[in-house]
Write a protein that binds this ligand. Sequence first.
Ligand SMILES: *Cc1c(COP(=O)(O)O)cnc(C)c1O
Length: 595
Amino acid sequence: MKYVENIQQVAELQPDYLGFIFYEKSPRNFEGVIPKLPKKIKKVGVFVNEYIEIVVSLLEEYQLEAVQLHGDETVDYIKQLKKYLPKVEIIKVFGIKNEFNFELLKPYEEIVDYFLFDTKGKERGGNGVVFDWQVLQNYKLTKPFFLSGGIGLEEVNELQSFFKRKEAEHCYAIDVNSKFETKSGVKSAEKLKKFKADSHKVSYMKFQPDNNGYYGQFGGAFIPELLYPNVKELEDNYIQIIESEFFQEEYKDLLKHYVGRPSPLYLAKRLSEKYGATIYLKREDLNHTGAHKVNNTIGQILIAKQLGKTKIIAETGAGQHGVATATVCALMGLECVVFMGETDIKRQAPNVARMKMLGAKVVPATSGSKTLKDATNEAIRYWIQHPDTYYLIGSVVGPHPYPDMVTRLQAVISEEMKVQLKEQTGKENPNTIIACVGGGSNAAGAFYHYLDDEEVELIAVEAAGLGVNSGESAATSQLGEVGVIHGSKTILMQDDYGQIVEPYSISAGLDYPGVGPLHAYLHETKRAKFMNATDKEALEAAYELTKIEGIIPALESAHALAVLPKMDLQKDQVVVVNLSGRGDKDLETYIKYLK
Ligand SMILES: *Cc1c(COP(=O)(O)O)cnc(C)c1O
């Protein structure tokens, strides 16, 4: 970067780093003033074989947090530099043509923070040529690196496939330069914005959806033409909004002061003793409104507000998502309409009363079996007729971008888990995470930050109802086939004619005939292990937790607990069970079966 106005324009796009070249021979040599930048953006000084004293004085003058060393700087040189500036982040550049001897990097590994791989060319950087990334197959170190060299808008597709491959495992950042310039030292904010929008998902590995919302073969957006503008508006904006400082501040603030996060990570000693492992419970049951669902509704209501929407619609089965939606609408003073099957309205009177008290309008769905899927159909119909409304979906289902958006909003669960585990066990990673799956949002949130750590075992538990093969079950991964439901390609329970088979579970929240596309993919790739628990097993697990830990779990969460006796647990195995909700809402069922 070179010019104040351009720096400010680009800073608005929230890059992680902005670079300033201090190399007189470069047409981009920096001599100006750096305007005040948001704290999150690190300022990097780029140098080529510069005297250490000069590097130090420039870093101090401009308050730079990192250096990119583009010359032949040696390990000794870097050691010297660190003596003056122990905290500065060091990025050492290596130019790659068609092959490269990565052994040369070994001595640097200890002392640098990152490598940067650029195309070896006539100039020191800024040549505008891409090198063959396949070379990186030979990179066997674990030091994270920046990928650089002639990356522009045309490389987005290639980047996407690169990031699905093993050699991208340690790629930490993408460095862009000449391909985004309108002239030397001036970057096109417009092009960069497009690049960021197109490539936001490539900075992750295998389990991120591609630009069309596909996880492998699952996902996408199968929607009627009339909904397209609405869904597209959301797709174009959701990442930008979620990552903005404004959103993050408000979201984190509400999660802390309104929801009561972080939810505790509780070492269940007596449960651990019983099963011969170290078992932690992630206490989503302690959230305001009693389950994880509010993490999502708080996030989406802020997104809806950013998009200027004033009316919210939602579907609900047992009423849990309806209550969580009505709650945040009351909080924000927005109009709320909840669609609910007529049968469910009768079965779930307390939640219907809650929604009404919170000011929501509850509209009965009277078609089909008058349950969740009919309520969803009704909500979609209403949305088509009222495109100015925001449809707040309650799980990682629906057309792209909903599955990814809801996953990101629930990811706070595993984000906290990492910090809490580190505090309590000294390690961020447990051996095993267990979560129940209806649509899959609490599981997606509990798994998210561990998806690429393949040594962490992920267990998804579905409801087997009266037994997987009893005809009364919701074990989608066992019984389902590929098809489209509610705008997304996934696995779902269907008959020979493609008609949805009515699912059954004692727990209303798991009573869904599909799973979100991420879970279909986790199942297909075997990244997660799918287990199941029957009504009876879940009830027993709920009673057991209540008796030995004094915690009454939601029936859904009890399914996750119910697989503990079926596992071959080891004494030193650290297991986290995501306790998605509390059991107050299920008391009537519990009382009925009380022995
Ligand atoms: C709704 C609900 C679930 C199931 O939904 P997911 O999207 O699969 O998480 C699980 N547990 C509780 C407590 C719920 O309310």
